[in-house]
Design a protein around this ligand. Structure first.
Ligand SMILES: Cc1cc2nc3c(=O)[nH]c(=O)nc-3n(C[C@H](O)[C@H](O)[C@H](O)COP(=O)(O)O)c2cc1C
Length: 371
């Protein structure tokens, strides 16, 4: 038996038994078929190539047209999208893997061009400091663009979005996913409700910590009520400061969320420690406080390497470690990490958009290397 805290120890997560602790982090690759934001056979090949991960968390998928904020990201609200995702889940399961779908509503991190000219929505009409990736319809060229100040959601609209999350979770299970991860991180809609910086609401969704947590709780309850707590997970980003999200009350808010998530018995809590354009420091005190409140599996992600992964597991601060960028150019990344094999670098120019190049053409290492 491997040491229970080692990268190679199996682990039960919800209804699944994972063979080891190396998870593939969610990564937007913007290669859905247009029109319709449809997952396709290319996506199925990409994910199946990476099925040796203990668990794959899919790229974020918008729960409604309103939830979209980048070009070419896939949806999980139409029947055709469900059929597209079935290609992905079948391919991953046939390759022996397991996969959760990440449920996404971007809130204010969007652009009117995705919404027939309508403004993106948010808890409050406050701009974010940042840009979104959008492909120009005329030239076909992708670029980072500014977005206007969003409009504040009406209360009835908030209830409708919670319902969209519920339906999207059902669609994900119909499409064959093993569970869903609510995207509560990185400055998107759930996160926008959590923070005093992006949420200035005067009603029961803003102000006190309890009120700022209300939307998260409603979404978790709707999703878990629909597909079961064991198939429900969430991703949170306590140390995010970019994107206008630097909230002085976020750590206690997230600890309170962790207590709620523990009560509900969700499958796992996924913590973003450092993201693409943001490298925050996570303190050991916070890791301890989180662990005290949440005893189901914790996944951590953000610039991990093997020594840090082993450290976090051995200290019991996490049960699984997710890797993002290493999986891009190394479809067999778990083996390379465990056996200390060389890692291939990825081509940044083909991360978002495009087709097979820089997506499904990164090779695995031969099983027996020549002596
Ligand atoms: C190309 C790319 C796309 C990403 N898309 C998502 C996403 O859709 N959802 C999400 O929660 N995080 C997303 N992330 C963040 C990753 O899940 C991960 O937290 C981050 O890359 C840090 O891990 P790493 O240092 O192992 O890459 C993305 C990161 C990259 C590089």
């Amino acid at each position: 038996m491997p040491n229970p805290a080692s990268l190679l120890a199996p682990l039960t997560v919800g209804t699944l038994t994972l063979p080891h602790r190396i998870v593939m982090a969610p990564m937007t690759r913007a290669r859905s078929t247009q029109p319709g934001d449809l997952p396709n056979a290319l996506n199925a090949t990409y994910y199946a190539q990476r099925a040796s991960a203990a668990l794959i968390v899919s790229e974020a998928a918008q729960i409604s047209p309103q939830g979209k904020g980048y070009s070419f990201t896939p949806g999980i609200y139409s029947e055709e999208q469900v059929r597209g995702w079935q290609l992905v889940t079948n391919a991953v399961h046939q390759a022996g893997g397991r996969i959760f779908l990440q449920l996404w509503h971007v809130g204010r991190m969007s652009h009117p061009d995705f919404h027939d000219g309508a403004l993106p929505v948010a808890p409050s009409a406050l701009p974010f400091e940042g840009q979104i990736w959008k492909v120009d319809d005329a030239t076909g060229i992708g670029a980072m663009v500014d977005s206007p100040t969003p409009r504040a959601l009406e209360r009835a609209e908030i209830a409708a979005i919670v319902e969209d999350f519920r339906k999207a979770a059902r669609n994900a299970i119909t499409a064959g996913f093993d569970g869903v991860e609510i995207h509560g991180a990185n400055g998107y809609l759930v996160d926008q409700f959590l923070r005093t910086t992006s949420n200035h609401r005067q009603d029961e969704y803003g102000g006190s910590r309890e009120n700022r947590l209300r939307f998260l709780k409603e979404v978790v309850d709707a999703v878990a009520g629909e597909v079961g707590a064991q198939r429900t997970a969430i991703r949170l980003a306590p140390f995010l400061t970019a994107r206008g999200m630097d909230c002085p009350d976020i750590l206690p808010t997230i600890l309170e969320a962790a207590s709620f998530l523990q009560e509900r018995g969700i499958a796992y809590l996924h913590l973003v420690e450092a993201d693409w354009d943001d490298a925050p420091e996570i303190t050991e005190a916070f890791r301890q406080q989180l662990r005290e409140r949440f005893s189901n599996p914790i996944i951590v992600a953000g610039n991990y390497d093997k020594p840090r992964a082993q450290w976090v597991l051995e200290h019991g601060y996490a049960d699984l470690v997710a890797f993002g960028r290493p999986f891009v150019a190394n479809p067999d990344f778990p083996r390379r990490l465990v056996e200390d094999l060389p890692l291939a670098p990825f081509d940044g120019a083909t991360l978002f958009g495009g087709a097979a190049k820089g997506y499904i053409d990164y090779p695995t290492l031969p099983l027996a290397r020549a002596a």
